[in-house]
Write a protein that binds this ligand. Structure first.
Ligand code: COM
Length: 519
């Protein structure tokens, strides 16, 4: 379907995408300037965050691009099955948690667990997700001037050629960005009905689960597990590694970890660390998971719902076969700091090149490839970055943990709330957005925070937060930390009181000291 000369409004796009999703339209949706003889500077294979932002950047730099995606929309898995539903679920988890703790007080009614339905929320999401899809298609075409072919698989033939729906397109460069999907561990019974991952949860769940076992200890495991538990589905996480100590989550402070995991237990979750899932049991449908515990004992957990949270593997095999690109032992494509693969003229971006599987990385990888393709030798180092995780809390951190700081610096100063020596149930701090009611009803639920400074240079080394409303601040804290912000500069900032992370005011209380001390 040639859409080049048609301007669709939001509703028209939504309906078109829906018809493609339901199979009513099977032909490609094309916005290609067939009359333009200019060769393409790049074809982006995959129109997720990396492909879309890379395409936009390349366009903005005066280049010509084409982006191809098998789905009838741009934006990839984020708005379809991953980050966007996850954020909806995490917000629901926070609301449900709030409603439970406050049930029967003030204006809160008694908590009715039957009304907290996982399926209802998934259906709500599915009914609404074509709106962001529509917007991405509209914005990419009408505002960003991108050329695209959607609803069509791209087959890479060589380093300059891609075939789409029987037609060949050539470009100076290829940018591969087709992402990753759940790594399914090799466990007997793992393919039984009733076993889901984040994608099939959205597409296939057709009953209300009552009991959940999560296999794996990834971020996804903690985040989705917290939602399932909050929605009244008793959840057990079975993880080989200690939770929040997996390689993909770096710089997790031990106090933060303890607060988060204790909070999950406090809400009734069962966390089995050092445990190995041996078998998913069922007879046409999941009925249990057999597990070997850390002490060697075996047990079977009855369940009607298993969720896989063991990490992801890339979609790289077609490029290995067609181009011979170099990959690592898990199949992630190896790139340099300019996103160049081992094959000249071929770039790879986003989840396809490994962790962190985060939005900022995908988008900036795309932008990095675009800049290099347009002749700018631009490098992107994503070894350090601010990170976050949702439970019923928003958990955010950047820079070094206290232990890491002590290993690297002689004079480490820690400013934290609640202060060392005061139990969290004795103090209604920290409090601000999202925790004010807790401060006056259940002080132990208000969260925790910690800033770490180097006493010699007075520079901020790390910041850690469990609570609500601070994620935004951490984007900027990351920038300030890289610039070398000191406790004195922090204390000189203008806080908007009450602020969820109390770093500015707490730092100011110590900034006057020539010899810094803990607070
Ligand atoms: C975000 C998708 S949900 S994209 O990064 O804007 O393409």
């Amino acid at each position: 379907m040639d859409l080049r000369d048609t301007v669709l409004n939001m509703g028209e796009w939504e309906r078109l995408i829906h018809r493609a999703e339901t199979g009513e339209i099977t032909e490609p949706l094309e916005n290609v300037d067939r009359d333009d003889p200019t060769p393409y500077d790049a074809i982006f294979v995959g129109g997720g965050a990396g492909g879309r932002f890379g395409s936009a950047y390349l366009q903005a730099r005066g280049g010509r691009q084409l982006v191809v995606d098998r789905w009838p929309f741009l934006g990839g898995s984020c708005p379809h099955q991953a980050c966007v539903p996850h954020h909806l679920f995490s917000e629901a988890a926070r609301e449900l948690d709030y409603a439970r703790w406050n049930a029967g007080t003030l204006w809160f009614g008694e908590f009715d667990e039957k009304r907290a339905s996982i399926r209802d929320l998934i259906e709500l999401f599915k009914a609404g997700r074509n709106n962001p899809h529509a917007f991405m298609n509209w914005q990419s075409k009408e505002q960003l001037g991108m050329e695209y072919i959607l609803n069509a698989e791209a087959t890479v033939l060589d380093a300059n050629t891609v075939e789409v729906a029987g037609r060949r397109f050539t470009a100076r460069n290829l940018v591969l960005g087709t992402g990753a999907s759940t790594y399914v561990p090799d466990i007997p019974g793992i393919n039984l009905p009733g076993v889901f991952d984040f994608a099939t949860l959205i597409e296939e769940l057709d009953y209300e689960p009552s009991r959940c076992v999560i296999i794996g200890g990834s971020k996804i495991a903690l985040e989705y597990g917290s939602f399932f538990q909050a929605a009244g589905c008793q959840t057990t996480i079975v993880s080989r590694s200690p939770l929040m100590r997996t390689a993909s989550l770096h710089h997790v402070d031990e106090d933060l970890r303890t607060y988060v995991l204790d909070g999950m237990r406090k809400r009734g979750m069962e966390l089995l660390e050092g445990a190995e899932p041996l078998e998913v049991i069922g007879n046409g449908k999941v009925t249990g998971v057999r597990v070997r515990l850390a002490d060697g004992a075996e047990l079977t957990i009855d369940t009607d719902f298993v969720f896989i949270g063991t990490g992801e593997r890339p979609h790289s095999q077609p490029y290995v076969d067609a181009l011979g690109v170099e990959v690592d032992d898990r199949g992630f494509i190896t790139v340099d700091s300019r996103m160049r693969t081992s094959v000249p003229g071929v770039y790879a971006i986003g989840d396809l090149i490994g962790s962190p599987m985060e939005m900022f990385k995908a988008r900036k990888c795309g932008m990095t490839a675009a800049r290099n393709i347009m002749g700018e030798p631009y490098e992107f180092d994503f070894s350090e970055y601010p990170d976050f995780l949702h439970t019923t809390y928003e958990v955010t951190w950047v820079g070094l943990t206290e232990a890491e700081a002590r290993a690297q610096y002689d004079d480490v100063v820690v400013i934290q709330m609640p202060p060392k020596g005061i139990r969290d149930d004795e103090l209604a701090l920290p409090c601000a957005e999202g925790s004010m009611l807790y401060a006056f009803t259940r002080p132990e639920l208000t969260g925790m925070q910690k800033a770490i400074y180097d006493g010699k240079t007075r520079r901020l080394l790390g910041a850690h937060h469990v609570g609500f409303g601070a994620k935004d601040a951490f984007q900027y804290l990351d920038h300030l930390l890289r610039k070398g912000i000191t406790i004195d500069e922090m204390g000189d900032m203008n806080e908007l009181f009450l602020n969820p992370d109390h770093f500015i005011q707490l730092s100011r209380l110590r900034a006057g000291n020539s010899n810094l001390v803990d607070l």
